[in-house]
Design a protein around this ligand. Structure first.
Ligand code: 13P
Length: 252
């Protein structure tokens, strides 16, 4: 195991009303109370962020948004700004999830601006990258990861890099039950760390937490976490049950 502190993040996606969110947080808080040596991050939908953040104020559980705009205010109907997230106690933000790239046309050029805006606002980005099934079949995984990371992080300095979390989420493994084998996930995470070393230097790259995401469950978290370059997980479906998520948090 690496010396980097593991991060287990639960991406709720478009699930749970605010009422359900509060119920979940009170259940989960009891289950993970006193848990040391792992950072726990909850990523509720925008409508529950304020309530969840208020409930967790003073606890070690971190609250992340699932997306944000890169401007702090303006005529962008339906969008939420970095300043608005900060104001309600949110500290982290998922950027570039494949569902946002696929369904909401989020481009690497947008993510470059979002990464800089998040850092400037004092929010920690959780930047998602990953290849499709077709790209993996065509042997284009590394090229895709290189393109995403080099563009999305082009406004970031080596000093800022350790304050960013990367989530490697192969699109073919998301919501499919088809988890990447620990070896495939490790290979990609190791490639990402090598790429970060090339772009930002060895020291900064060694400090970055790289998470794996894609059909993570209580039954496979242990073998994934045993890999050298996997520092945690971004969990979708399995985080919706507080009991399952608590079990994933308890992987050690
Ligand atoms: P699943 O865990 O449901 O595969 O989702 C992964 C994911 O997209 C997390 O961001």
């Amino acid at each position: 195991m690496s010396k980097r502190i593991p991060v287990i993040a639960g991406n709720w996606k478009m699930n749970k009303t605010s009422t359900e969110a509060k119920q979940y947080v009170s259940e989960l808080s009891g289950m993970v109370a006193g848990k040391q040596g792992v950072e726990i991050v909850l990523c509720p939908p925008a409508t529950s962020l304020a309530a969840v953040s208020e409930m967790l104020g003073g606890s070690d559980i971190i609250v992340a948004a699932q997306n944000m705009h890169f401007e702090n205010s303006g005529a962008y109907t339906g969008e939420i700004s970095p300043a608005m997230l900060k104001d309600i106690g949110v500290t982290d933000v998922i950027l570039g999830h494949s569902e946002r790239r696929q369904y909401f046309c989020e481009r690497d050029e947008d993510l470059e601006k979002k990464a800089v805006a998040a850092i400037e606002a004092g929010l920690r980005p959780i930047l998602c990258v990953g290849e499709t099934d077709a790209e993996r079949e065509a042997g284009e995984t590394e090229e895709k990861l290189r393109r995403q990371i080099s563009t999305d992080l082009s406004g970031i300095t080596a000093e800022q890099l350790p304050g960013i979390i990367i989530a490697y989420e192969p699109i073919w493994a998301i919501g499919t039950g088809k988890t990447a084998t620990p070896q495939i996930a490790q290979e990609a995470c190791s490639f990402i760390r090598g790429l970060l070393a090339e772009l930002f230097g060895e020291e900064a790259a060694a400090a970055v937490r790289i998470l794996y995401g894609g059909s993570v469950k209580p039954g496979n978290i242990g073998e994934l976490m045993a890999e050298q370059d996997i520092d945690g997980a971004l969990v979708g479906g399995a985080c919706l049950s507080a009991a399952d998520f608590a079990q994933i948090v308890d992987f050690q």
